[in-house]
Design a binder for this molecule. Structure first.
Ligand SMILES: [Zn+2]
Length: 159
């Protein structure tokens, strides 16, 4: 997949995500849940032993457990969560190979069927998810900007 194709796929997924309120991590999560018919439970990892910033555990068709590393800066945490939302929006859990990350999987309430993390996904999937995460972050950071020459505003995204 070329970078251009990845950008196109990410832009399409971004456009399909209609928010019912001002863009925020919460409104984006709500929209992802509604669009995909799933519930996402977001929480901090309770152990700090991996260099992962975030991962998603696929425990059930309808419930995804999203974990982020506890020591991230607020911005890095937001980006990591948006990145995981992006994998879900792009349907990557259907193509990911299952990975087992040892000790960490024991901390799940139920043994996950699959963990979505960098090792389980192709570079194309990672690239596309990263671009989509950036687009979603742009929607959050564009909130409240009124300048007409500010690119990436909601008006433009839905125009
Ligand atoms: Zn990823």
């Amino acid at each position: 997949m070329s970078h251009r194709d990845a950008r196109r796929a990410a832009a399409r997924a971004n456009k399909a995500l209609i928010l019912d309120s001002e863009a925020s991590l919460e409104s984006i999560q709500n929209a992802v849940e509604t669009l995909l018919g799933i519930t996402i439970i977001v929480s901090a990892m309770d152990i700090e032993q991996h260099d992962l910033s975030a991962l998603t555990a696929d425990c059930d068709d309808d419930v995804k457990l999203l974990y982020y590393a506890p020591k991230l800066s607020p911005l890095h945490r937001q980006q990591s969560i948006l990145h995981e939302f992006s994998h879900l929006l792009l349907g990557h859990e259907h193509t990911a190979a299952g990975i087992n990350i040892g000790e960490f999987s024991r901390s799940f309430p139920t043994q996950p069927r699959k963990l979505l993390g960098r090792k389980s996904l192709s570079d194309d999937a990672e690239q596309t998810a990263e671009i989509l995460a950036d687009l979603l972050a742009d929607r959050i950071s564009s909130n409240g900007r009124k300048s007409p020459d500010e690119p990436g505003g909601l008006q433009e995204a839905f125009g």
